[in-house]
Design a protein around this ligand. Structure first.
Ligand code: GAP
Length: 463
């Protein structure tokens, strides 16, 4: 068996569309750029990703609890957090065709090895003029001066639009956690160290969204803010970096396709003392999959100053009241979804034929088992009985009688189903079925009475 592991972006996007995982948003109206909708299989995969994050970071971690805060927050939150002043990207407009670009990304298009992230507006302006940078749309070299563009979407509360009732869609879930720190500490009687995790939608008016679901205007984040005492001797940054790496590995993403990138001091976000990104080798290059940031006491101190509320917490070792420090491991659901698909969609040559398989691991496969039969009319009711036997178990099962068996196998290989169970004529005599394994296509005969036990063993499920 020969494996081709790398698919192009186009092939991946087509595959996800063909099988109803992800497709263009607002399609019947010509689409809305950089918005994507998720069909049944995409919803299942997202749901499983979030469940695994929940198990890893909340359920199975002794320190952490969960929160679900509002998307709309008092605008004072964004003033205090520094987002209103600092959450910007450098923007230029082509004077000829009016196309809009992120200045650093435009430069990097022509100078891919140049790292101009963090350059001042003046430096970007000068470089664009000196190097006669051209518009990617019309090829003219005539741009407006670089200006900072706020990435937060704005809206208004109530029926009247004025500055007083202006609100912002949150660009990160983290601030909802910081402003609820005292509530969570009190309700759950927490002493340091402890973490608060949240899964939820965030919104950014990105200047250059794109690369499919990699960078979009709306996306879901899975974030943990971990609070600890300044006298704590544990290196919590390394702890959470390792924990995030373990999580990504658990999802089946190959370690060879991940690498670490430590941000230079002058490239850090306004709130960060140090950040390490976990990069993934996407079809368009090594890009951020997850970020682990040392936010120090920046956020809580900013909110303390602005709200006049203190955010002291008790150190569980010394019992002293201290200002907590924060480590933040953060990852986007859709970006992780994309990395998982890039890592598991493969094409194999088996003898002279080639087949496409989505080799999702058993935690992520939309279905553990598909039940089918060789003849809908004659064997359909027996297959239904096998389905009814497995459906109430811990297995994710689908009854699939839509086409002939070869096509059923082919379909389920391509959506990642782990096993196909086939009822055939012999089943009526020996009460056994054929179980086909997705990965090696091996087939075994299993008694119906033993089927649940067999699959539980294969999938490492304990009753
Ligand atoms: N609270 C920290 C924070 O928001 P970030 O690095 O800007 O940090 C964290 O975002 C993660 O959210 C990223 O590593 C990425 O997985 C995801 N993410 C950020 N912007 C995104 C976008 N426009 N589209 C999709 N995912 C995004």
């Amino acid at each position: 068996m020969q494996a081709k592991t790398v698919f192009s972006m186009k092939e991946i996007i087509n595959h996800l569309k063909e099988f109803g995982f992800v497709f263009q948003g607002s399609e019947i109206y010509g689409g809305l750029a950089n918005t994507w909708d998720y069909g049944h299989l995409g919803v299942i995969l997202k749901h499983k990703i979030k469940l695994l994050w929940w198990n890893h970071f909340i359920k199975n971690n002794q320190f952490n609890i969960a929160l679900d805060s509002s998307i709309l927050l008092n605008s004072k939150v964004w003033q205090a957090s520094g987002h209103l002043d600092n959450f910007n990207d450098p923007l230029v407009d082509c004077k000829n065709c009016k196309f809009r670009f992120r200045a650093d990304t435009l430069i990097q298009h022509y100078f891919p090895d140049l790292d101009c992230d963090g350059w001042s507006n003046e430096k970007l302006d000068q470089f664009i003029v000196e190097k006669k940078i051209k518009c990617l749309n019309c090829q003219h070299s005539d741009f407006t001066k670089v200006k900072q563009f706020r990435l937060m979407f704005e809206t208004y509360q109530g029926s009247v639009e004025n500055q007083g009732n202006k609100l912002y869609l949150r660009p990160e879930t983290a601030q909802g956690i910081f402003i609820n720190f005292n509530n969570m500490k009190k309700f759950y009687n927490k002493k340091l160290p402890f973490g608060i995790g949240q899964i939820g939608k965030s919104f950014r008016n990105e200047i250059t969204p794109g690369n499919f679901i990699f960078r979009t205007y709306e996306f879901e984040q899975m974030e943990l803010e971990f609070f600890y005492s300044p006298t704590d001797s544990i290196n919590w940054f390394n702890y959470w970096l390792k924990s995030m790496q373990d999580f990504i590995k658990k999802l089946g993403i190959s370690e060879h396709n991940c690498q670490l990138h430590q941000h230079d001091k002058d490239k850090l976000s306004h709130y960060s003392l140090a950040t390490t990104d976990i990069l993934y080798k996407f079809p368009f290059g090594w890009k951020e999959l997850s970020g682990i940031a040392n936010r120090g006491n920046y956020d809580l101190m900013q909110h303390a100053k602005a709200s006049k509320v203190n955010f002291l917490a008790q150190d569980s070792t010394t019992n002293k009241l201290v200002n907590p420090l924060v480590i933040e491991p953060s990852i986007g659901v859709e970006r992780l979804f994309f990395a998982i698909i890039c890592d598991s969609l493969i094409q194999e040559k088996v003898k002279d034929k080639s087949r496409t398989v989505l080799k999702l691991n058993s935690f992520l496969s939309p279905y553990h088992v598909a039940i089918a039969s060789l003849n809908k009319k004659k064997l359909g009711s027996k297959a239904q009985a096998v389905f009814a036997l497995l459906q109430p178990t811990l297995l994710d099962v689908i009854f699939d009688q839509k086409s002939e068996i070869g096509k059923v196998y082919n379909y389920h290989d391509q959506i990642g189903t782990l096993y196909c169970v086939t009822v055939d004529y012999q089943t009526l005599e020996d009460e056994a079925v054929t179980v086909r394994n997705r990965d090696d296509m091996g087939q075994v005969r299993v008694k119906i009475t033993e089927l649940k036990k067999y699959l539980y063993q294969k999938l490492n499920i304990s009753c």
